[in-house]
Design a protein around this ligand. Structure first.
Ligand SMILES: Cc1cc2nc3c(=O)[nH]c(=O)nc-3n(C[C@H](O)[C@H](O)[C@H](O)COP(=O)(O)OP(=O)(O)OC[C@H]3O[C@@H](n4cnc5c(N)ncnc54)[C@H](O)[C@@H]3O)c2cc1C
Length: 373
C-alpha cells in the first residue's frame, strides 16, 4: 500500500502486551498515524521473570529505531546451555541462532518482563495507549470492525489487531471458540538478587537449563544489569488451577538430584515473590484474519514456553504485519499476506514447543534449527 493510504488508516490494537505494543510501533514506523492500543488493565504490570529476545527480534528493534531503549534495560547473551540436573554434564551448548546473520552481530538480549513492556510502551506517545479499556465485543462490519469496551466506549476502525493474549476475546468471537489446552505442568518463576543465588548467574550472561529426570526443568537467566537472576522451575502436575499453591518444601522435593545451589535457592525463596502458574497453549487456529481483523501473538498461536519463542513470535508477527501492509495493494490483501507469511513458522513453533524436552535425549539447544534442515 502507498504511504498515503497507510497514513489514513484507522487502526485499533486490542491488548497492550508485547504483541500489541510492538504492532503499534511497527505500524507507526511504516507511516500509520492513526494507531490506538486498548488495554484492559488500569495500570501496567508484568510477572517478575526474565525472557530472551532472539537476534531476529533484536534486528526488528533496530529497524524500528528502538534498539537503544531495549539495550538500556537488557544484557547481551552469546549462547544457551543445557545441562544435566546436577550441572555436571553439558548436554548442549549453542550460539543463539542468527546471531551473525545481520549487518552487525545481534546478541540475544536477556530482559526482565516488566522492563520490556515499559520500554515498548514507553516509545509510544501517551495518547496512543488507552488503559482501562476491556473489550467486551467485536463486530466485523466487512471493511471495518466495531469494538465495544466495558467502560461504555466504542471504536470503529479500518483495521483491528487482536493482540489480546491466550484467552483472546477477538479470537473467541470471530475465529475459534476452542479453549486453551492445559499442558500438565506448572511454571514457578521468581527474580532474586544475585547475592542470594549462591554464585549462580555470575559465571557469564548466558541462560542455563538444568534437566531433571522426573520432567522438572530449572531455568536460570542472569539479569546482570539489575544485579539479579531470573529463576524458573517447570514441573509436571495434574492440577490445572490458575495459580497453584506451593510451599518451599514442595519446590525442594521437585529438585532431587539438582545442583545444590538451585535447591538452596528453592529452600530460601520468599513465596510472596514467586509467580506460580499452570501452563497452557492453544491448538493451531485455522484462520487468523478477516478483511479487516487479524490476530497477533498469543491470541493467534499461544505456545508452550519450552522453546522461549512466544514473545519473540509476537514481535516477529508485528514485523510481518508491517511488511505485509507495505507489500500488499489493500488491507484485505495485507492481512491475508500477513497470515500466509507468519502462520507456517508459528504452527511449527507450536508443534515443537509441545514436544518439550527429554533429559536423556538432548541433541541440540534449538530444535527448530534441526527441524528446518
Ligand atoms: C512460564 C512462561 C515462560 C515464558 N518464557 C518465554 C520466553 O523465554 N521467551 C518468549 O519469547 N516467550 C516466553 N513466554 C511466552 C510469552 O510470555 C507470551 O508469548 C507473550 O507474553 C505473548 O505476548 P502477547 O502480547 O501476544 O500476549 P500477552 O502478553 O498475554 O498480552 C495480551 C494483553 O492483552 C490484554 N487483554 C486481554 N484481554 C483483553 C481485553 N478483553 N480487552 C483489552 N485488553 C485485553 C492483556 O491484559 C494483556 O496485556 C513464556 C510464557 C510463560 C507462561
Amino acid at each position: 500500500m502507498k504511504t498515503s493510504e497507510i497514513q489514513n488508516l484507522s487502526i485499533a490494537v486490542v491488548g497492550g502486551g508485547y504483541g500489541g505494543a510492538a504492532a503499534a510501533i511497527a505500524l507507526r514506523n511504516i507511516g500509520a498515524q492513526n494507531v490506538h492500543v486498548y488495554e484492559q488493565a488500569p495500570a501496567l504490570g508484568q510477572v517478575g521473570a526474565g525472557i530472551g529476545l532472539r537476534p531476529i527480534t533484536v534486528e526488528l528493534f533496530r529497524q524500528w529505531g528502538i534498539f537503544e531503549e531495549i539495550a538500556a534495560v537488557s544484557s547481551p547473551s552469546d549462547y544457551l546451555e543445557i545441562l544435566s540436573a546436577d550441572g555436571g554434564q553439558v548436554l548442549a551448548q549453542e550460539v543463539w541462532p542468527q546471531l551473525n546473520d545481520f549487518e552487525q552481530p545481534n546478541h540475544t538480549r536477556i530482559i526482565h518482563r516488566g522492563d520490556f513492556i515499559e520500554a515498548l510502551l514507553g516509545v509510544l506517545p501517551a495518547e496512543v495507549v488507552h488503559l482501562d479499556h476491556k473489550l467486551t465485543s467485536i463486530e466485523d462490519l466487512g471493511g471495518q470492525a466495531k469494538l465495544t469496551f466495558e467502560n461504555g466506549n466504542t471504536v470503529t476502525a479500518d483495521v483491528v489487531i487482536g493482540a489480546d493474549g491466550i484467552r483472546s476475546l477477538v479470537r473467541k468471537q470471530l475465529f475459534s471458540d476452542q479453549e486453551p489446552v492445559f499442558a500438565g505442568e506448572h511454571a514457578y518463576r521468581a527474580v532474586i538478587s544475585l547475592d542470594d543465588a549462591f554464585g549462580l548467574g555470575t559465571e557469564d550472561n548466558n541462560p542455563r537449563f538444568y534437566m531433571g529426570q522426573n520432567g522438572t526443568i530449572a531455568y536460570n537467566l542472569p539479569l546482570p544489569h539489575r544485579g539479579q537472576l531470573s529463576y524458573d522451575i517447570t514441573a509436571p502436575s495434574e492440577d490445572g488451577s490458575w495459580a497453584p499453591e506451593i510451599t518451599n518444601d514442595y519446590l525442594v522435593s521437585l529438585l532431587e538430584g539438582f545442583d545444590e545451589r538451585i535447591v538452596k535457592i528453592a529452600r530460601n525463596l520468599d513465596l510472596s515473590q514467586v509467580t506460580s502458574r499452570s501452563v497452557f497453549d492453544i491448538d493451531p487456529v485455522a484462520n487468523w484474519h478477516t478483511d479487516s481483523v487479524a490476530l497477533l501473538g498469543d491470541a493467534a498461536h499461544a505456545m508452550l514456553h519450552h522453546q522461549g519463542q512466544g514473545a519473540n513470535s509476537a514481535i516477529q508477527d508485528a514485523g510481518g504485519l508491517a511488511d505485509a501492509f507495505l507489500e500488499a495493494g489493500s488491507v484485505k490483501e495485507a492481512l491475508a499476506l500477513y497470515q500466509a507469511t507468519r502462520k507456517p513458522a508459528t504452527d511449527e513453533l507450536q508443534r515443537l514447543s509441545r514436544m518439550g524436552w527429554n533429559a536423556n535425549a538432548v541433541e541440540n539447544a534449538f530444535p527448530e534449527q534441526a527441524a528446518a534442515k
